[in-house]
Design a protein around this ligand. Sequence first.
Ligand code: SAH
Ligand code: SF4
Length: 363
Amino acid sequence: MPQISTAPPTDITGLDLAELTAHVETLGFPAFRARQIWRWVWRHGLTRFDDMTDLGKETRQTLAQHLSITRPSISTRQQSRDGTIKWLLRFGDGHEAECVYIPESTRGTLCISSQIGCTLTCPFCHTGTQRLVRNLSTGEITGQVLIAMDALGEWPATQHGRRLTNIVLMGMGEPLYNYDNVAKAMHIIMSNEGIGISKRRITLSTSGIVPEIARTGTELGVNLAISLHASTDALRDILVPINRKYPLDMLIEACRAYPALSNARRITWEYVMLDGINDSDADARALLQRIQGIPSKINLIPFNPWPNSPYQCAAPERIENFAKIVMKAGYASPVRTPRGDDILAACGQLKTASQRPPKRQLA
Ligand code: SAH
Ligand code: SF4
């Protein structure tokens, strides 16, 4: 007999298959029901147990009493002139985070957030001006993918010509400071019985949280992108302040040892081009020197300004010269074209109005 409980329904978009199975069994159903539900949710995008046609009516009712299939609500949706779509999503407690879909000719990339705000304070990053409000839960991370799948008409996930082919963890927050929730969300998204995005099509960007790098490789096997931005500790201490804790030598060694690294699976080095700060020819050569011997891609990101940002983008000819030096060393087309910058959806422009209450209000 199904058990009776007065607890609020558990949102299953944050559960992996083992956890879903445990919940389903607690309700008195056999384990295989979990797999049926899983396919409905992650392959077909259903949001109501009542639409799960291979479950009996009573089963569906019991499930709906105890479990929910939640989506974040959409506060705003903006579409850029280049086709980029930015959603501001609102979660159960009213806090908000952004996610961005970037269409390209043969694929499409969803840029998702891992935290509301960020504990780190990289001075060129808009998110860095917003204090950390909280980590996103597993369901709030998978929820961003579900919202994009819904909007793009991607169900069933097995259909040909899918438009959401890649995921980058490059939105708000530092994913390696929310490792457990990020890892579980990525396992759910990678499941072949669901959305089935391969680890080769997922890239996690980190400011360099060295102690978490090895297990990101062994447990997730996703591509790694490092927000490098400077090739000396003196400058990186300023641009990416976590460098004071995990300096360049340590970071580069962790990357050199990254599991699953090969010529086909390279580290991406992100390098934001700041006028007069890190954009000289000597800086380009220092960058090449730093990453020597590591299978690498270099991603030069023109700085995207935001209101009152303290830096300016490097001049186009500087970026061009820098890129030439990098290309001469064998790295292909390294400059990232800003996408969605007319709607503040480009790298580093994401910020929401969610604020952590001042300490005295918490007391
Ligand atoms: N916290 C993680 C992931 C989010 S930031 C990290 O720092 O890697 C995603 C990328 O955008 C990072 O490489 C970041 O350095 C870059 N970025 C931040 N602000 C930017 C800006 N204003 N212009 C261009 N890139 C920026
Ligand atoms: Fe945080 Fe990344 Fe922005 Fe730095 S660049 S403040 S780590 S989101």
